[in-house]
Write a protein that binds this ligand. Structure first.
Ligand code: CO
Length: 139
């Protein structure tokens, strides 16, 4: 990590891809790229299961719903499998969220909350971010 990152975003933490069949998606990344899953977790609060595939210092986050009420279930029903959100690493999630809101971005989370891997996260609405759901991730 650089000592003086440009702005709030220090790294791309993960690119999240919504999938219907998590095992099939993991198998694709393993067979196609020799990629390795380094973390798996069920995030009860979001009703999702994730598998993180390591790519250098970042991850591909394969994401599947664990219930029909999950926002990822709705996403899959409406749009099918594909790019769901981009997670950017930040030093201070609360500060980055406040700065984004002050600059006019619409927050989905009004305050930072627990994410997977013990991270602290906040989401920004895609409508105010050129169609891409953005997650701010503090490790
Ligand atoms: Co994420």
């Amino acid at each position: 990590m650089t000592s003086q990152p440009d702005g709030q975003l220090t790294e791309v933490d993960h690119v999240a891809i919504a999938v219907s069949d998590l095992e099939a998606a993991i198998s694709f990344y393993e067979r196609t790229f020799g990629a390795k899953v380094v973390h798996r977790e069920v995030v009860e609060s979001d009703a999702v299961e994730e598998a993180l595939v390591k790519v250098a210092d970042s991850y591909i986050q394969l994401l599947t719903p664990t219930s029909d009420g999950s926002t990822v279930a709705r996403f899959l029903a409406q749009r099918g499998e594909g790019l769901h959100h981009v997670g950017y690493r930040v030093k201070d999630c609360a500060a980055a969220l406040a700065a984004a809101q002050a600059a006019g971005a619409r927050a989905i989370d009004e305050a930072p909350r627990p994410g997977s891997r013990g991270t602290t996260v906040a989401f920004l609405h895609p409508k105010s971010a050129f169609g891409t759901l953005i997650e701010l991730v503090q490790e």
